[in-house]
Design a protein. Structure first.
Length: 251
């Protein structure tokens, strides 16, 4: 029996989006996971970037149990989540031309590394320039976005392009323009965003692929264990020592 409460409708919508991602993005998920595995095997480093709420999915990949130890957060001050005050400043910074270039040129990224750029709309200057400049530096770029925005909105970058136009691989989260799954006649605005749960699941599928590809090649994936299980801290210490030159969140 279908649950027609708002909670049930939202969960059904999220499940439907996850099923679409599983069925429609499988080939690109495999390609993205393989790209990251190739980077790890070749001695490269891994980075993830997202602004605003897109940063939640990036942070979900970094320094976590069951995750790849080599994934580093590429942070742009003032845009990582909603900790900046006022919170609207973060949205404004996403539209500043040249900010991404300054950040990248001051970052440890180098040719041969891989960067995941997460932006739901993909229309603002920050993610567009982040992807374009990273590729110019010889970095492989995986973009995670809602492709629908490229036809349902206009770009805010001077080039008129979107994040999807500057990536080696594009993963489509399938989120509708506006990021709200529910409407009610008695509520003026649509509500219940699903982008965080879908984007995080999409990226964890990529990480699982990376670990599997490395294992298939006879390479032990550099995975972290929970610090809340016996032996977890000791295991992680060994991983940190082994890959110290490719992990930047401990420096």
């Amino acid at each position: 029996m279908s649950d027609r409460t708002p909670a049930g409708q939202f969960l059904d919508a999220a499940i439907g989006l996850l099923q679409r991602v599983r069925d429609e993005e499988a080939e690109r998920i495999a390609a993205a996971g393989t790209l990251l595995a190739d980077t790890v095997a070749a001695g490269g480093r891994l980075f993830a970037f997202g602004a605003g709420h897109s940063s939640l999915a990036a942070q979900d990949l970094v320094y976590r149990a069951g995750g790849l130890a080599l994934m580093n957060l590429l942070a742009v001050p003032g845009t990582v989540g909603v900790d900046v005050v006022p919170a609207t400043l973060g949205s404004a910074l996403e539209r500043v031309d040249g900010l991404a270039i300054v950040v990248l040129d001051s970052s440890p990224l180098r040719s041969g590394d891989a960067l995941i750029v997460i932006s739901l709309s993909g229309r603002n200057a920050l993610p567009v320039e982040m992807a374009a400049h990273a590729r110019a530096l010889g970095v492989r770029v995986i973009g995670v976005t809602s492709v629908a925005y490229a036809t349902g909105t206009t770009s805010r970058h001077a080039s008129g392009t979107f994040l999807k136009d500057h990536c080696d691989i594009v993963l489509d989260s399938k989120i509708a323009v506006g990021d709200a799954e529910l409407t009610l006649d008695t509520v003026a605005a649509p509500f219940a965003p699903a982008s965080t749960v879908v984007t995080s699941a999409l990226l964890q599928a990529v990480m699982a692929t990376t670990a599997g590809v490395l294992a298939d090649r006879g390479i032990e994936p550099p995975l972290l264990r929970s610090g809340n299980v016996d032996g977890g801290h000791e295991w992680n210490g060994l991983i940190f020592d082994r890959y110290a030159d490719r992990i930047f969140y401990r420096h």
